[in-house]
Design a binder for this molecule. Structure first.
Ligand code: MEV
Length: 436
């Protein structure tokens, strides 16, 4: 079969029609068209991460561990189309994100904003006799300290980043007495910036010890990167949500009720936010970024008011359409770390076509919002098990040795018989092969 390019115009369109029905080779071909001729998609996918590369990343390597990588379609963010590479082991996630993006698209797509990429580095100071005076001394020496931090700024300085501010906080503890905590704020531009900020706080720690007369202890970044937040919002028209010829306002109401549940109850908020992170982590991993850092920041931010709550919010606007919004810290980079070493992280960045870490964070957050919306919509409607079961049945059919052509009829039978089990799938495969 000759492949018909999915991109017909100069304006890139992420609505790749029936992408899920294409073969893997066809999908790869579509992505090759998307990224352009300077990127060899097949070669990068075939190369993946070699054991040698893995050996240069971590210790005691014995091999690499593969996960599925797929593409979410339909995303439009700030008027621009994006295809989203996602690495995730959970069925439904990529399909749900694509489907949700289509609904947001009908309401004008996602809109985003973000802070400058400012990281926080912490220095713990103990054995301080006069914490108030110590704090004042640090603030008085601010410009000297910022200049000192910039001495080790390296490439980040060349890219326009660097030390931006110093903050001081004082704690009292019965165990260790007065504790002065210094924050160095540093713009790390397109790097996630962990190395840069850690180097900088270690570099200025002796000065802090001198200024406070105390003993500096821990010197490390904070993953609560609340100077580096992103926001995403969008509208899903009620008409997109309508069932059985209705106006969709009942579905909007059901989603708002689900949102309020997550806003007030930490038990629900945790699961609601897990749905957000299904989308976020998949892109964070695909782009070679540190998903533990993003997770830690997200949950700490969700608990910032003293009680854990939802990261997103859904409400109806005056027209009865659904307004979705989300805000959270998101420290990711487009340079350095695994983004540079991993061939598939490189490919992911090419597919996204982002030009800065801020743009990447904004895209990732839009995916998180789409994912969250999809889950909440399903839960507020028929529940999530029906869709999951269909995918589970497909996986079982393939595991039972079904050919691609056999899968649809096996899935239908497993669902009709309400018998989504490997043995039944194996029996059906045998039957279809004429062996049963
Ligand atoms: C499953 O991975 C994620 C959900 O539990 C999220 C949610 O409950 O909102 C469906």
């Amino acid at each position: 079969m000759t492949y018909i390019p999915l991109i017909m115009t100069n304006q890139r369109n992420s609505q790749l029609s029936k992408f899920y029905k294409r073969t893997i080779d066809e999908r790869r071909e579509a992505i090759s068209h998307w990224v352009g001729s300077d990127v060899d998609v097949n070669a990068l996918l075939a190369q993946n991460l070699t054991s040698l590369q893995a050996d240069s990343m971590v210790e005691n390597v014995i091999g690499t561990y593969a996960l599925p990588m797929g593409i979410a379609t339909n995303f439009q963010i700030n008027g621009r189309d994006y295809l989203i590479p996602m690495v995730v082991e959970e069925p439904s996630v990529i399909a749900a994100a694509s489907n949700a993006a289509k609904m947001f698209r009908a309401g004008g797509g996602f809109h985003t904003s973000s802070d400058e990429p400012v990281m926080i580095g912490q220095i713990q100071v103990l054995d301080v006799e006069n914490p108030t005076q110590a704090a004042q001394n640090i603030l008085d020496a601010k410009s000297k300290l910022l200049a000192k931090a910039d001495e080790v700024g390296g490439s980040i300085l060349k890219r326009g980043g660097g030390a931006r501010d110093i903050e001081v906080r004082v704690f009292e503890s019965t165990e260790v007495g007065a504790m002065v905590v210094v924050h160095l704020l540093m713009d790390t531009r397109d790097a996630m910036g962990a190395n840069a900020i850690n180097t900088a706080v270690e570099h200025i720690a002796p000065d802090i010890a001198q200024l406070t007369g105390g003993r500096t202890h821990l010197r490390i970044l904070s993953n609560l990167t609340d100077h580096r937040k992103a926001k995403a919002w969008g509208i899903v028209p009620a008409s997109e949500l309508s069932k059985d010829g209705g106006n969709g306002h009942d579905v909007v109401k059901a989603i708002v009720e689900a949102s309020v549940f997550a806003e007030v109850d930490p038990y629900r908020a945790t699961t609601h936010n897990k749905g957000v992170m299904n989308g976020i982590d998949a892109v964070v991993i695909a782009t070679g970024n540190d998903w533990r850092a993003v997770e830690a920041g997200a949950h700490a931010f969700a608990a910032r008011r003293g009680s854990y709550t939802s990261l997103s919010r859904f409400r109806a606007n005056d027209s009865g359409d659904l307004v979705a919004e989300i805000e959270m810290p998101l420290a990711v980079g487009t340079v350095g770390g695994a983004t540079r070493v991993h061939p598939l992280a490189q490919l992911s960045l090419k597919i996204l076509g982002v030009t800065s870490a801020r743009e990447l964070a904004e895209v990732i957050l839009s995916v998180g919002l789409a994912q969250n919306f999809a889950a909440v919509k399903a839960l507020a409607g028929e529940g999530i098990q029906r869709g999951h079961m269909r995918l589970h049945a497909k996986q079982l059919a393939l595991a039972a040795g079904a050919s691609v052509e056999m899968v649809p009829s096996i899935v239908e039978t497993l669902i009709r018989e309400n018998m989504i089990r490997l043995e039944r799938a194996q029996a059906l495969v045998k039957q279809l092969k004429g062996e049963g």
